[in-house]
Each structure stands twice: as structure tokens, then as C-alpha cells.
Design a protein around this ligand. Structure first.
Ligand code: NAP
Length: 259
């Protein structure tokens, strides 16, 4: 399927690894000019070079922290008028809410609620004027099915979800869509890092922990980031113009509800 977005420009945040990188690759395969970002310059350059080599697309990079105003200003200086915005950042730390300070909450809100809202604020009016805009926020399956030790994530991402639900309806008439993609367990560095931490705590092997994780998923496997990237590219395409304000779970069937 031709998504009809060749020549469009995308700003893909937090994209040197994992789900963000997969979104950048899938968009580049569609001929989209991609601006990638992450804090660490080395992994970012390596990812951008690999995507250029595979797709021939124009890929530029900005090493910046998306959770800070200064970082976002640098992203927007490099890509002031994106047609496509993919919001992403690292997830907050796990733990017991009794141990979290106000600063912990502000950090989580900065990363997983305020950064995407600020980038939407800076780019959406241009999308409205050009009568094309696609915004995808990478959130988490925890928005629909809270994970008890990830309260910072459950809370901050729910805030973004509520905000977006209202905004999506205000801009739909201008062919600007806003959707959230909710990953369940995908095989990324983050997921592997969590498995390594659990292995150190429990004495089990990393492979046993990953296998147990796979068995919790009805599909009996972890998600491939490429599947996530392609779902993102579809939402950013012309054909997805009638789809907005949605929260789409990609979790191999883990969420047990009918709707
Ligand atoms: P990942 O493999 O660890 O990759 C994270 C990417 O984000 C890296 O490129 C990282 O590069 C960048 N990044 C992190 N913090 C950043 C910041 N402040 N500013 C700019 N870039 C930043 O993680 P992932 O698994 O793809 O997860 C992406 C998001 O989905 C996270 O919010 C995660 O909580 C959420 N999620 C993931 C899963 C899963 O199974 N993988 C499930 C549910 C939710 P630098 O570190 O160099 O900045």
C-alpha cells in the first residue's frame, strides 16, 4: 500500500533505538524526510546512517533531550514545520509511590506528558494551515491496563491521553490527526534492561525471564519493533486520515477487554 507521504517531513523523537527508531525506519521507507533525535549522539548517528543506507531517505539528526525546553528548541530549530510528529521519550522509573517525591512526578510529567504537548503546541498550527498533519504519541499499554509498579508511567501518560482526546476533535476538520500507540512488550533495549535487572534480583537467567514474559502474551511472543514502526507509518499516511483520537494497543492480545 502506498501511504502517500513521500516527500513529507517527520520529526521522530527519541529515535536512536527501540520503538522510535523503528518508526523512523518505517517512515523513511515511505520516502519521508526524517529528523531523528536522542540524547546520545553516537547511537543516534549509527541509527541514522543505517536508515539512510537502507532507504536512501534524507535523514538528519539532532542530539537533544526532548524533556527539556532547550532540547525541544533545538529539535524545532532543525525541523520547524514537520508534517508528521512522533512523540516519544524514555519511560519513568518503576517503584512504590510512597518513595516518589514531587520531583520524581515532575520528571515523569515532563517526559511523558508535557514534552509531547509542547511539541504539539509548536507544530500543530502549521499542520492546520497546510491542511495535513499526523501526530502519533508513543504511550504504553499501561494506559489501558495499569502496571502496579509503574505508577509514574500510568499517571503521566493518562494525563497526555486525556489532553489528546480533547484536542484531536478540535483539529480533525483540518486533516490533522492525533493518535496514541500503546505498546505492550516489545523486544527493545528497554525491555531487555528490565529483564537483566530482574535476573540480578532473582538469580534467574535473562532468557528464563524473557520466556516467562512471552508466555504472558496470548501471541506467545514479544513484539518486533518493526511491527510497531509499520503501524506508526500507517497512522501517518494519507489513508489513515479518518482515524483520529484513538488509542491503539499493540500487545499480542494481552489486553483482555472486549473493547
Ligand atoms: P529504548 O529501546 O530504551 O529506546 C529509547 C530511545 O529513546 C533511545 O533512542 C533513547 O536514546 C531515547 N531517549 C530516552 N530518553 C530520551 C530523552 N529524554 N530525550 C531524547 N531521547 C531520549 O526504549 P523503547 O522500548 O523503544 O521505549 C520507548 C517508549 O515506549 C518508552 O517511553 C517506554 O516506556 C515505552 N514502552 C515501551 C515498551 C516496550 O516493551 N519496549 C512497552 C511499553 C511502553 P538516549 O538514551 O540516547 O536519549
Amino acid at each position: 500500500m502506498d501511504l502517500g507521504i513521500e516527500g513529507r517531513t517527520a520529526l521522530v523523537c527519541a529515535s536512536s533505538k527501540g520503538l522510535g527508531r523503528a518508526c523512523a525506519l518505517s517512515l523513511a521507507r515511505e520516502g519521508v524526510r526524517v529528523v531523528m533525535s536522542a540524547r546520545g549522539a553516537d547511537a543516534l548517528e549509527e541509527a541514522a546512517a543505517a536508515i539512510r543506507a537502507e532507504t536512501g531517505a534524507t535523514v538528519t539528526t539532532v542530539a537533544a533531550d526532548v524533556t527539556t525546553a532547550e532540547g525541544r528548541a533545538r529539535l524545532l530549530a532543525a525541523c520547524p514545520q514537520p508534517d508528521i510528529l512522533v512523540n516519544n521519550a524514555g519511560g519513568p522509573k518503576p517503584g512504590d509511590f510512597r518513595e516518589w517525591s514531587r520531583d520524581d512526578w515532575i520528571k515523569a510529567l515532563d517526559a511523558n506528558m508535557i514534552a509531547p504537548i509542547e511539541l504539539i503546541k509548536a507544530t500543530i498550527d502549521g499542520m492546520i494551515q497546510r491542511r495535513f498533519g499526523r501526530i502519533v504519541n508513543i504511550t504504553s499499554a499501561a494506559v489501558k491496563m495499569p502496571i502496579d509498579h509503574l505508577g509514574l508511567s500510568n499517571g503521566a501518560r493518562a494525563g497526555l491521553t486525556g489532553f489528546v482526546a480533547g484536542l484531536a476533535r478540535q483539529v480533525a476538520e483540518h486533516n490533522v490527526t492525533i493518535n496514541n500507540l500503546l505498546p505492550g512488550p516489545f523486544e527493545t533495549d528497554r525491555l531487555r534492561g528490565t529483564a537483566i535487572a530482574t535476573a540480578q534480583k532473582t538469580g534467574k537467567s535473562v532468557e528464563d525471564i524473557l520466556e516467562a514474559r512471552r508466555m504472558t502474551v496470548p501471541a506467545r511472543r514479544l513484539g518486533d519493533p518493526a511491527e510497531f514502526g509499520d503501524a506508526c507509518a500507517f497512522l501517518c499516511g494519507n489513508r489513515a486520515g479518518f482515524m483520529t483520537g484513538q488509542n491503539l494497543v499493540l500487545d499480542g492480545g494481552t489486553y483482555p477487554g472486549t473493547l
